[in-house]
Ligand binder design. Structure first.
Ligand SMILES: Nc1ncnc2c1ncn2[C@@H]1O[C@H](COP(=O)(O)OP(=O)(O)O)[C@@H](O)[C@H]1O
Ligand SMILES: [Mg+2]
Length: 237
């Protein structure tokens, strides 16, 4: 579903990702692990179009999409939940979710029905959002804001969700909730997920495949079982 080949990404005069290769299959949950500064967020942003045209190939649903804008990516069915969350604090929960919906470019004729359908599903997964529906997002806790960020992404109707450290700063019970939600989205919606996580143990429990990243490169690919068993793989870090 997603294939990234020899992708280079970075910032003006700061090369970070140096020729990364990875793939995510349909309905697959793939974890990307690496220390702070390894380039995980830069890789996510690069493949999603946040950093403008990056050298390398990105294929989504068999379509070459390198150089596409984030808006175009979202319309095709890929959505990023960024590490910095990217919610609008001065807007309400409702308004943040509506913005997620409109970012996906649904035509007017079907918009109302599609919005109602996506919203009902998202609120089923994230019932807390309904309780805070008319509250400004800036007044919510960090964990609640993360739920808004994920809810907004779900309203875009993605088939592939890019999640950059969704559990950062969350209480342990909320980390469990997020990991359970990722599994549910795959089981019930057939969604594919590329997940960057520092909670390695919990991410391994929901993942089908794992990449290790170091110094701007993907240095290893493994199954969760291989990673759990092998001391040598951890020594690579
Ligand atoms: N906006 C930016 N401008 C310049 N350098 C950046 C920027 N964002 C991140 N970097 C640098 O890119 C490198 C990789 O960062 P990042 O992709 O955020 O790593 P990770 O997500 O794995 O922690 C770091 O050295 C970081 O300082
Ligand atoms: Mg990061």
């Amino acid at each position: 579903m997603l294939v990234v080949e020899d992708l280079h990404a970075g910032y003006p005069n700061v090369p970070v990702v140096a020729g990364a290769n990875l793939s995510v299959g349909a309905g697959e949950i793939v974890a990307l692990f690496g220390h702070n500064g390894a380039g995980k967020s830069t890789l996510m942003k690069g493949l999603f179009g946040v950093l403008g045209r990056c050298p390398g190939r990105v294929t989504f649903d068999e379509r070459p999409v390198a150089g596409f804008s984030t808006r175009a990516m979202t319309r095709l069915g890929m959505t990023l939940v960024p590490q910095e969350r990217g919610v609008f604090p001065s807007l309400t929960v409702k308004e943040n979710l509506q913005m997620g919906f409109w970012s996906s470019g649904v035509g007017r004729a079907t918009a109302k029905a599609e919005y109602d359908k996506r919203l009902a599903r998202a609120l089923g997964y994230l019932p807390l959002l309904e309780q805070r529906w008319n509250d400004k997002v800036g007044n919510l806790s960090g964990g609640q804001q993360q739920m808004v960020s994920i809810g907004r992404a779900l309203l875009a109707g993605p088939s592939l969700l890019l999640l950059d450290e969704p559990s950062t700063g969350l209480a342990p019970n909320l980390v469990d909730d997020i990991m359970a939600l990722i599994g549910q989205l795959r089981e019930e919606e057939g969604m594919s997920v590329l997940l960057v996580e520092q909670n390695v143990g919990q991410a391994l429990a929901v993942s089908d495949r794992v990449y290790l990243m170091k110094g701007g490169q993907i240095i290893h690919e493994a199954t969760p079982a291989e990673l759990a068993e092998s001391q040598n793989l951890w020594a690579l870090f």
